[in-house]
Design a binder for this molecule. Structure first.
Ligand code: ATP
Length: 864
């Protein structure tokens, strides 16, 4: 369609205009700068408690304690800052990848550039599904309808032609295509203030973040209550008031899992970066979490399961069948009937068919160096290549007088072609599309030079040829023509010309990805606009179970309940319209499934929004589909969805691990403190020691747990239920068990060491608690696999965090400045032996329990 006479701006013009008008972008919405992120570290509940503790210490004249708490606050802020900064930069990098693009004609060549590089005067090309990248003046358009609801709130698309010829930034093309000249860019655009240019990564908090924030707040309130109760009790029992105040404040700090919400955010944000490396771009953080729970993937076929690199391999006209040689878009190759090569000039039927294929078409092929590149839709590109292989004479470019564009609903397109010089006479309507859609509007058929009636016998023959091509996995396009007198398109009474079979090979990665999906308990449902025969053949080739193949029409005849029953089995849906996807998603969702749904067209947007995870295509997809999606596949590849799901599962599992780990550590401290007060012993931990424990325990080790690799069998398990609680009963029991053991063990050590003096006993108990917390992390590296299965050394970051914090504890015991801050004294080998003796079960018992449980599970499975 692009008027090839329009050469657009030259690179020189662009440079000059850029220096005058700048970039096509809105003034950036302010993202949090480093200073703001640093300040944010001081706004938490934890800091409030710590500041309270420091004030109490100061009031009591404990200057060293106050200083220690001050240091803790500073260190905490620095750690928090480093982690949040990493998360922010990871998200900013993703935003860059999602930047909108525009198709522009410069120096006579059409290319796709980032939309921010547009300048006024640029000639842009807009197609169905594109968002309009700048305010522009229409130069030429066919059937253009634009959705301006972002600006006007009017949901009905507006027809655009030369009389209503202005296009506005941020609106989107619903149908048709156009060429336009950019009038204004960036902030200068009429609605520049309203329309957001970037598809920003959503920063809405996720369900999980909310759940955890709630947990943290509850624990915070509980902490304050318990601490106040404890202080009251201690004072009533006649214990030293300042000591009790400091202890209860420390207890409050011990209870609050202060690191939790931040660690989750950081894990999710770093997770998005990991997914992007696997070509899956997360547009909303929520998606990372939902992906891990996905149970059904509804996928289209063309381009996702297949390569979307089409080549015509077979032709059929009423007179004869043909084979086509050559691969890809390279026109080297020929059309042959039996052993004889055939050219358009020698075969009237073929000539008409190829003319229709070339003219009713928007694609182009171009030679670049030794390669041929195709610009446009692959189906159409294959037809252009085919016409070249058949030596079709060159036709004038701008001979299209009108067009009814292709849509997935109608499944055909028509053009009005006026070219007296092509030897066939004045004016023609040329139509191509799905065979059913073309047969429905034909009443005659061409056989070489003759035109005869299209009777029922012929229709049966055509259907047989179509089905045999489709059963071989070919995509079949039918072509038709009609001589016209009027200037309007009328899709009826047409002459059937023939069929073209296009091969679109399945992607190599799809078969292994499907078997991975199967073992992960994920159902895969193919929903395609292509024919049921092609769909079934491709399903067979890639190893997708297809017990039933239903067409869009079959689907309409079913009630929701019946459809629900079909969806329990393995069904393939063919010849569907975009609206059908929406219905399939809702029926699946009402059966409790978590649905990932792919889509690329404008009409897919509602289904993408409705699905739990809307998946749009980075290469083939339209801007509209991308904006409605949660996840964008940069390589359009089905295997990438499975990769993203695996990544989502890994992250959710890791969040579960560190939640349990953090709570278990805190529980141990609480048990030790409370039991100790209840039995009336001297203070087991001092306030600064508790702060130290939480500081060295929380941040680094938990973040390292968040980076734990996926467990070898994590894709051999069914998806988790979406509302599974993060902690659950088993998790709660683990927290209590660990808390009781570490708390009581350190208390026992404390009393056993008492003969050596209270300071030595306290230092030993304090060190014991830190060692216990560090050692128990191995139990949480996998919640059901023993460490020897996942590899003791497989998370080097965790080992580094562990070594570093243990070294810090040694310094805390032997390095005088830290001794002063933490009120510690050096401890001897017998103390370390005692600690080691109590730490060993923490390392061994969970592994034995996990192995035994696996053994039992295995026996049950083999017995079944
Ligand atoms: P999927 O939904 O898996 O991506 P699809 O691309 O085949 O499959 P549609 O875009 O709805 O789905 O296309 C349906 C049918 O319309 C195709 O099988 C083909 O016969 C026909 N078709 C596709 N592209 C064109 C086109 N540009 N012009 C005319 N007909 C087309």
């Amino acid at each position: 369609m692009t008027s090839k006479t329009a050469r657009g701006l030259t690179e020189h013009d662009v440079a000059e205009l850029r220096s005058r008008f700048g970039w096509n972008e809105l003034p950036r919405t302010r993202v949090a700068g480093p200073f703001a992120i640093f300040l944010r570290q001081f706004s938490s509940f934890l800091i409030a408690i710590l500041v309270g503790a420091a004030c109490v210490a100061l009031l009591l004249g404990e200057r060293i304690d106050a200083l220690a708490i001050g240091l803790v606050i500073a260190l905490n802020a620095v750690l928090g800052f480093v982690q949040e900064w990493r998360a922010e930069t990871a998200l900013a990098a993703l935003r860059g990848l999602l930047a909108p693009r525009a198709t522009v004609v410069r120096d006579g060549t059409e290319s796709v550039i980032p939309a921010r590089e547009l300048v006024p005067g640029d000639v842009i090309v807009l197609r169905t599904g594109d968002s309009v990248p700048a305010d522009a003046q229409l130069l030429e358009s066919v059937g253009l309808r634009v959705d301006e609801s972002v600006l006007t709130g009017e949901s009905v698309p507006v027809d655009k032609d030369m009389t209503t010829s202005k296009l506005f930034t941020g609106t989107s093309v619903v149908s048709g295509h156009a060429e336009a000249e950019v009038l204004a860019i960036g902030a200068e655009t009429e609605f520049g203030q309203v329309a957001a240019l970037t598809g920003a990564v959503g920063t809405k908090t996720t369900h999980l973040q909310r759940q955890l924030g709630y947990l943290a707040r509850q624990l915070g309130a509980a902490a304050l209550l318990i601490a106040a109760g404890l202080a009251g009790l201690g004072i009533i029992l006649g214990r030293d008031v300042p000591e009790m105040l400091m202890t209860s404040l420390s207890l409050a700090v011990a209870i609050v899992p202060e690191g939790l919400p931040a660690v989750v955010t950081i894990t999710l944000a770093l997770g998005t970066a990991a997914m992007a490396r696997r070509n899956a771009l997360v547009r909303r953080l929520q998606a990372v979490e939902t992906l891990g729970a996905a149970s059904v993937i509804c996928t289209d076929k063309t381009g996702t399961l297949t390569e979307n690199k089409m080549t015509a391999t077979r032709l059929w006209t009423a007179a004869r069948g043909y084979d086509v040689t050559g691969t890809g878009y390279d026109p080297a190759g020929h059309i042959a009937h039996g052993a004889a090569r055939v050219r358009a000039q020698d075969d009237a039927g073929l000539h008409h068919l190829l003319r229709c294929a070339l003219v009713c078409n928007h694609a182009r092929i171009e030679r670049r160096g030794s390669d041929w590149v195709m610009i446009g839709a692959p189906t159409e590109g294959a037809l252009v290549t085919l016409a070249y292989k058949g030596w079709l004479p060159q036709l004038r470019d701008n001979a299209i007088a009108a067009e009814l564009p292709f849509t997935s609903e109608r499944k055909r397109m028509s053009v009005l072609f006026v070219a007296p010089e092509d030897g066939f006479g004045e004016s023609w309507q040329l139509t191509k599309g799905a065979p059913e859609a073309i047969l429905a509007i034909c009443d005659r058929i061409r056989t070489d030079d003759r035109i005869g009636e299209l009777d029922d016998g012929m229709r049966v023959d055509i259907r047989n040829v179509y089905q045999s091509m489709a059963r071989d996995g070919l995509r079949v396009i039918a072509l038709a023509e009609r001589r016209m007198d009027s200037q309007t398109i009328d899709e009826s009474g047409m002459v059937f010309l023939g069929l073209v079979g296009l091969i679109d090979p399945p992607r190599a990665e799809v078969t292994p990805a499907l078997s991975l999906a199967r073992s992960a308990g994920l159902r895969v449902i193919m929903i395609t606009g292509d024919s049921p025969f092609t769909a079934e053949a491709i399903a067979r080739q890639i190893g997708l179970d297809a017990q039933a193949v239903l067409t869009g029409d079959d689907l309409h005849a079913l009630t929701d309940d019946e459809l629900g029953r079909v969806l329990k089995g393995n069904a393939v849906f063919a010849r569907t319209r975009p609206a059908d996807k929406m219905r399939i998603v809702s029926v699946l969702q009402s059966a409790g499934q978590i649905v990932a749904m792919t889509g690329d067209g404008v009409n897919d947007a509602p289904a993408l929004k409705q699905a739990d995870i809307g998946v749009a295509m980075g290469i083939r997809g339209t801007d509209v589909a991308r904006e409605a999606s949660d996840l964008v596949l940069l390589d359009d590849n089905f295997a990438t969805i499975i990769g993203a799901i695996s990544e989502g599962r890994r992250q959710f599992a890791n969040i579960r691990k560190f939640v349990r780990y953090l709570l278990s550590s805190n529980a141990g401290e609480v048990v030790a403190l409370i039991v100790n007060i209840a039995i009336g012993g001297p203070l087991i931990f001092l306030a600064t020691q508790i702060l130290w424990m939480n500081l060295v325990t929380d941040g680094a080790t938990a973040v390292a747990l968040g980076l734990e690799k996926s467990e070898p069998d994590h894709m051999d398990r069914p998806p988790r239920k979406s509302r599974d609680p993060i902690l659950g009963r088993a998790g709660f029991a683990t927290v209590v068990l660990f808390g009781l053991y570490t708390g009581l063990a350190s208390l026992w050590i404390f009393s056993a060491m008492m003969p050596a003096g209270v300071d030595t006993a306290r230092t030993t108990a304090f060190t014991a608690m830190v060692v216990f917390e560090k050692i128990s992390v191995f139990a949480f590296r996998s919640l059901h696999l023993p460490c020897w299965r996942i590899g003791w050394l497989s998370n080097p970051l965790l080992l580094a965090a562990l070594s570093l914090t243990l070294a810090a504890q040694v310094a805390a015991v032997y390095w005088p400045p830290l001794q002063l801050l933490l009120h510690t004294v050096p401890i001897g080998p017998e103390a370390w032996l005692l600690i080691a003796a109590f730490a060993l079960p923490l390392l061994v018992v969970p592994e034995v329990v996990k192995s035994a449980r696996r053994g039992i599970a295995h026996r049950v499975m083999t017995r079944d």
